[in-house]
Design a protein around this ligand. Structure first.
Ligand code: DGL
Length: 259
């Protein structure tokens, strides 16, 4: 079983930001990535729809023999991971907005968070904020339209800059010193965000934490692949594969799959 692949899915290409962290930390692990771009964005869908899409992706990865699944999507994690863990035997790693380190380290006691509507309205997110963000003011913004622009290759477009200006302004006015990226698509915005935010604002996401947690769970279950052979990495998209290839700098094979 240790030679089986790690499965990873997202509503689209955003979870590649998590793939990159996991692959860097665990280069010997085989991985299968599903980009459900046909159904992106998940963030505006109902909890039931997000759950059903997460089940569909999970069952496909299980049918491909995966030993562990990374839900590389905050929206799917916050809406579906408890159910997935209760229904399937294999371990799941999820991703949630890093509100805890931001709140603990904030000096201005004002923290910004940009995430999808589905994540910000989930009970899991509310529970985590209630516990860890008691002593800070959290300025939440739904990143309406951002995922759609990234999914269509318009990450560096004037439309993106206009949206970000609108979403960041109230945060800058509120004197945030941390910006939490609560969506796996958003790490691709870091260069633009750095240009737009005051230089003392730190941007944090949960990608490295996910990679470390994946390693710990594999180790704990004796599932780490210790083989020295080169990892087999497969990407499948049910959307535009050119956009996925591009975000991966053409480094990996990408296949179209209708799922
Ligand atoms: N990458 C997903 C997330 O982390 C994007 C959600 C969406 O498709 O709206 O939330």
């Amino acid at each position: 079983m240790s030679k089986a692949p790690i499965g990873i899915f997202d509503s689209g290409i955003g979870g590649t930001s998590i793939f990159k962290e996991v692959h860097a930390l665990l280069p010997q692990e085989h991985m299968i990535y599903l980009a459900d771009s046909k159904n992106a964005p998940y963030g505006i869908k109902s909890e039931t729809d997000i759950l059903n899409l997460s089940i569909k992706n999970t069952e496909l990865l299980i049918s491909k023999g995966c030993k562990l699944i990374i839900v590389a999507c905050n929206t799917a994690t916050t809406n579906a991971i408890s159910y997935l863990r209760s229904k399937y035997l294999i371990p799941f790693i999820g991703i949630e907005p890093a509100i805890k380190p931001a709140s603990l380290n904030s000096a201005t006691k004002n923290v910004g968070i940009l995430a999808t509507r589905g994540t910000l309205s989930s009970s899991l997110f509310h529970k985590t904020s209630d516990i860890y963000a008691k002593d800070v003011t959290v300025i939440e913004r739904v990143g309406e339209g951002i995922v759609e622009l990234i999914e269509t290759g318009k990450t560096n477009s004037p439309q993106m800059k206009a949206l970000l200006k609108e979403y960041l302004s109230p945060m800058i006015e509120a004197d945030i010193d941390y910006l939490v990226l609560g969506c796996t698509h958003y790490p691709y915005l870091i260069p633009i965000l750095k240009e737009m935010l005051p230089s003392h604002v730190k941007i944090i996401d949960s990608g490295l934490a996910v990679a470390k947690q994946t390693k710990a769970i594999l180790e704990g279950r004796n599932l780490l692949n210790t083989s020295v052979k080169e990892a087999n990495i497969q990407f499948f998209s049910n959307g535009d594969i050119a956009i996925l290839k591009d975000i991966l700098n053409n480094k990996y094979p990408v296949d179209y799959l209708d799922f």
